[in-house]
Design a protein around this ligand. Structure first.
Ligand SMILES: [Zn+2]
Ligand SMILES: [Zn+2]
Length: 338
């Protein structure tokens, strides 16, 4: 019997409906054991397939992708088109490997610089992280530690590849199970799109909505990712999907209920951050994070929580509810209520 830990590491391919499969690809992350990729037959006979997302790049990941595809009787070479829902490592990481192996087209949203700029210039990514750390109130001596840890990190991406076509509103992806319409859904990432199949009312949602609510926003690329995220939730709610294919975890049917849960969680956190600034301010993001989430910052959660919190703070700043000092004094203060 394989142990649960080994079991979790296995790639799997499973059919969802005729012509559409889920690939469950292992991730080396605690708390997020897998990423999904989706395979849909291309239109026409023996026309190969379209791959949506790729999983993260590691030493074993390409063999795992090949194995998951083999379980559903497919070969990576028969990929006619690769579509990425967004340019995060666990969705885009193997894009270059797939494009090289299949010689296929690659479609993604054009606002992918949050990933591709750092691949062109890894030093810049590191410096940006340090800048965000400083803005959040990370002490100087810890920033040095950030630099050292960051430069040793494996990127999770097999190489830089840029899209052959921009996935923007109005673009259609033709498949054997119908056309999928691109719906731009920025917020989780500036490059995020969802794809909707209107006849079957299936939403391929990337990380925009998941089975279990997990909110994340890329900080520093657009003025107010939280506002974008909330607008994107409204957009997909209006589609009235009945089946959701998420970026992680199993497909689910109560799409509206899941959208509401994500919205409620985001609005609850915005409120919580405002309350904590009112009670604790002037204070830095770093000082407030343990109070906001009810748990201490550590090496594993720091990147995620700092980014998420800074996004809520900027959102509240945009709404005129809180203000920040300056680069010398990155503390947040609530604006007195009128
Ligand atoms: Zn993501
Ligand atoms: Zn993801």
């Amino acid at each position: 019997m394989p142990s649960p830990a080994t079991e979790r590491q296995q790639p799997r391919g499973e059919r969802i409906i005729p012509g559409l499969w889920r690939l469950r690809l292992p991730l080396p992350w605690s708390g997020i054991p897998h990423a999904n990729a989706w395979v849909i037959d291309a239109p026409g006979e023996d026309a190969g397939h379209i791959l949506f997302d790729t999983g993260l790049h590691t030493d074993e990941s390409f063999a795992q992708l090949v194995e998951a595809l083999a379980q559903i009787g497919k070969r990576v070479e028969d990929t006619r088109l690769l579509v990425c829902t967004h340019a995060h490592v666990d969705h885009y990481g193997q894009a270059k490997s797939v494009v090289d192996a299949a010689g296929c087209e690659f479609w993604m949203h054009p606002r992918h610089e949050h990933m591709t700029e750092s691949l062109k210039d890894p030093e810049r990514l590191l410096e940006q992280r340090v800048a965000v750390g400083r803005e959040s109130g990370v002490p100087e001596e810890l920033l040095q530690y950030y630099r050292e840890a960051g430069s040793a990190e494996k990127p999770g991406v097999s190489g830089l590849v840029t899209p052959t076509k921009d996935l923007v509103d109005g673009v259609k992806v033709e498949t054997a199970v119908g056309d999928w319409l691109v719906v731009e859904t920025p917020g989780h990432a500036p490059s995020h799109v969802s794809l909707f199949q209107p006849e079957r009312r299936i939403l391929l949602a990337g990380d925009h909505i998941l089975g279990r609510v997990a909110l994340y926003y890329d900080y520093g690329w657009t003025p107010d990712p939280v506002e974008e995220y909330l607008s994107s939730l409204d957009r997909v709610e209006n589609l009235d999907a009945r089946l959701c294919l998420p970026g992680h975890g199993k497909s689910f049917t109560d799409v509206r209920g899941h959208i509401e849960a994500h919205r409620d969680t985001a609005l609850g956190r915005i409120e919580r951050v405002e309350d904590v600034v009112r009670a604790a301010g002037p204070a830095t993001a770093i000082e407030m994070i343990p109070e906001i989430y009810g748990r201490p910052l550590n090496k594993e959660n720091a990147g995620w929580l700092i980014s998420e919190t800074m996004c809520y703070l900027r959102h509240l700043e945009h709404r005129g509810i809180v203000t920040r000092g300056d680069d010398e004094d990155p503390r947040w203060t609530a604006v007195p209520r009128a």
